[in-house]
Design a binder for this molecule. Structure first.
Ligand SMILES: [Zn+2]
Ligand SMILES: [Zn+2]
Length: 124
């Protein structure tokens, strides 16, 4: 099975995701924007049992009820999103992966909040 490796900026949190993600989507919501500091985010959606984390654990912040955002407690890298409405799933910011170009968004979420100059291609 294909494996995708990744890490935070300082290398303290490392992860290996096994297999292709269930989906890849760009999110334009204001919460993702604040958490990441980026104009939009792109997530690879994995079943949590397909993701092995080593080194440091995520530090988690409950950004709203039932929503946890994971980051490195040392370097602050934005790494994950988990929601109680999607149990058993972890959504990984593709920027943590060593080869993020392998993850192509197939959908947009919260496009009503998209910044006017952001154009994310979902086509080949
Ligand atoms: Zn780190
Ligand atoms: Zn979002």
């Amino acid at each position: 099975m294909t494996q995708f490796t990744g890490a935070c900026l300082c290398g303290g949190v490392r992860l290996v995701a096994s297999g292709e993600p269930e989906g890849v989507a760009a999110c334009h919501c204001a919460s993702c924007r604040r958490h990441s500091g980026a104009p939009c985010t792109v997530f690879a959606d994995y079943r949590a049992d397909r993701v092995a984390i080593s080194g440091e654990a995520f530090t988690r912040y409950a950004s709203s009820p039932g929503v946890w955002r994971g980051f490195c407690g040392v370097c602050g890298s934005t790494m994950s999103y988990q929601g109680a409405n999607l149990p058993g799933m972890i959504h990984l910011h593709i920027g943590v992966f060593d080869d993020p170009g392998r993850f192509r968004p197939q959908a947009h979420e919260h496009e009503e909040m998209r910044l006017p100059w952001i154009h994310v291609s979902i086509a080949d």
